[in-house]
Design a protein around this ligand. Sequence first.
Ligand SMILES: Cc1cc2nc3c(=O)[nH]c(=O)nc-3n(C[C@H](O)[C@H](O)[C@H](O)COP(=O)(O)O)c2cc1C
Length: 237
Amino acid sequence: MKKQISPGALLSPVPAVLVSCGTVEKPNLLTVAWVGTVCTHPAMVSISVRPERYSYPLIKESGEFVINLPSESMVRTLDFCGVRSGRNTDKFAVCGLTAVPAAGVSAPAVAECPVSFCCKVKEVIPLGSHDMFLAEIVAIEAEEWLFEESGRLALEKIGMVAYAHGEYFSLGEKLGSFGYSVRKKKPAAKPMPSKTQKKPEQPRPFSKKGPAPRKSGHKKPVHKKSGKQFPGKGGPR
Ligand SMILES: Cc1cc2nc3c(=O)[nH]c(=O)nc-3n(C[C@H](O)[C@H](O)[C@H](O)COP(=O)(O)O)c2cc1C
């Protein structure tokens, strides 16, 4: 039996990202979990930021920010940037991060994050505790080692971080892929089916079959622009 509790922002898991703002010369960043994709064409995202954050006027006045996806190895940095303010802490310096120019915006990207979404604010919607910045993604920068030979962007290589009810999690095993619940199995090439043969079995929707084995083994990357290694388990303590 389900128990009713008072409404709260409990939707989980969500990504937790590092949002960089300001300029390359005077950068700041904050951790944001109230982030989401809101439109495919044009590609748009939202971030919700409390007006009292140091980053708030930097984003509002410039109309620009960059969403950086951290890897699991950066989870301490992710937490630190969410509990210290740029008002009195140079988070880039303390965390050993590098602010680099980002495509199409004056806000900097975080070199050590493998993927960065460069965003231009289209609308600011005051909601209550937070204001929502609706923004168009004008460019995406992704490390070369994330691309497979086919050109596919293998985001799973990042080792992405999920945030759920105050805690950070790694994503775990792949459970399926888009549309797999209705996808027909490819028929075997031979032999040709006779009229008396049964149809190939359809995939069972919501099968209890276990998850596919995880493909691992990506190389330890070194960032191209900064020449630095991607941060290991250390980070700010
Ligand atoms: C996991 C996590 C998620 C957070 N998500 C948000 C968020 O969505 N919006 C927000 O305004 N603050 C969020 N915060 C808090 C800010 O990141 C935090 O107040 C930060 O110190 C603000 O930095 P600034 O003062 O340099 O702008 C989050 C903090 C953590 C640790």
